[in-house]
Design a protein around this ligand. Sequence first.
Ligand SMILES: [Mg+2]
Length: 395
Amino acid sequence: MAPRKIIHLDLDAFFCAVEELRQPDLAGKPFAVGGQPNERGVVASCSYAARQSGVHSAMPMAQAVRVCPGLIIVSSQYSAYQHASERVMEILQDLTPRIEQISIDEAFLDVSDLPESHTDIARALQGRIASDLQLPCSLGLASNKLVAKIATDVGKANHRQASYPRAITYVAPGTEAEFLAPLAARMLWGVGPKTAERLAGLGAQTIGDIVALGQDTLVRQFGRPGGDLWRHAQGLDERPVESDHVLKSISQETTFERDRRDEKQLLEVLQELSEQVGYRLRQQQLVAGTVRIKLRWSDFSTFTRQMTLPTPTDQDGVLADCAFHLFYQLWQPGRAVRLLGVGASNLGSRVHQLSLWDTPVDKERKLLQAIDELRERYGKKVVQRGRGIKPQSSA
Ligand SMILES: [Mg+2]
């Protein structure tokens, strides 16, 4: 069997990166997100400039201010981080449904099915998260989750500058054990301070030392987990990427290279975006109860409108009709548009909704299923429904 292509993604100093977007003058400065020192606050995230002075996350804020005088303290805005995290996960969903989110800023992806090389996929993904969301991230690439996660950690640890690491660390199949051997035992995922201490007591400082202890010794010392430890220390890990992550919304948007005023063209874009959202809903076996659109005028003012459907849907036609309806609540003829987006939220599982479908929808569903199969075979761009869109003003 060919080795798997697993990616571990970790957003760099995530809360800080989001705060920099909210307050651009923070860029490059030593700052920490977290509670106030006089309220026994701790550092939730700190900028790389602050890290250079010795600040790290989970440090009491009072101590952080001592080691880094002039540290700017920013109180955390969790909803903003949650929102940014959802946008990142949507980008990951564009790449593959095989995603396992493990925290607000970390996820595993299994990209084994994609034809591009492991590193090309990672570079493109990092580039897209940077260009669409202006967020930096580091990636670890390996044949399994364990080594991919450690690869990310190693990439970040090797970075010692005030900038974001944006590290991509690739561990070629077959070199896992070699990659892990020189690393400190506590870098092995799952080895906490206590286990590390016990391992040190057995003379194992590095991951290679753990392997050298041998399976029997490890099982005698740690019981059954000792066997896992021995396998993991050799970079062996069969655990699948578990895509049980529940999506909160699915959206697609397009920023035009040149602002657009043509009503018919804009409707065509909405149609296309609706089809992309519908495709992703069906791929995830989801239906949406709410449809929204986003419109940004050329002066960057941005508006959204949303509507709730009487029956949740995954149908391109229904999504597009809603999008058109919402578009006309915002549209000002002749005014230049910079960005259009279509989103679906209030998501539920399709399986539970089946009783709600009536026959014409079933027919539409079969057609869409056939189109989806073609899309999967020949790529997303090739199949377009020949739906005629009539601009309202000329109708
Ligand atoms: Mg992170």
